[in-house]
Design a protein around this ligand. Structure first.
Ligand code: SF4
Ligand code: SF4
Length: 96
């Protein structure tokens, strides 16, 4: 399942998409993110049938993604985004 976290405003779309089929709940994104955007939960609140841990983005973080992620952006500075780089299964995508 592709879980979308974030929002849209007049300046653009600020979404992180997390492919829960690829996420194994390892927590590498949680450790890599300087803004503590990710949280790994034992149960997926969006999928009651899932039994494995999964990364999510809490609502209070979703509402501030543009600002929380700003120090990491733009990724064109050369280095990949820390969260994307940390995720070995390729589960994380940013919309901007
Ligand atoms: S690093 Fe990737 S696989 Fe690991 S918890 Fe985060 S999103 Fe899931
Ligand atoms: S871009 Fe930076 S601040 Fe935003 S989720 Fe990724 S590691 Fe965290």
């Amino acid at each position: 399942m592709r879980a979308q976290y974030g929002y849209q405003d007049a300046s653009g779309n600020y979404f992180i998409t997390l492919d829960t089929d690829r996420c194994n709940g390892c927590g590498d994104c949680e450790r890599a993110c300087p803004a503590a955007v990710f949280t790994v939960l034992d149960k997926d609140p969006n999928d009651p049938f899932r039994e494995d841990p999964v990364a999510v983005i809490p609502v209070d973080k979703q509402r501030r993604l543009k600002y929380l992620c700003n120090p990491c952006k733009p990724s064109s500075r050369g280095a990949p985004l820390p969260c994307v780089h940390a995720c070995r299964t390729g589960a994380i995508e940013h919309s901007w």
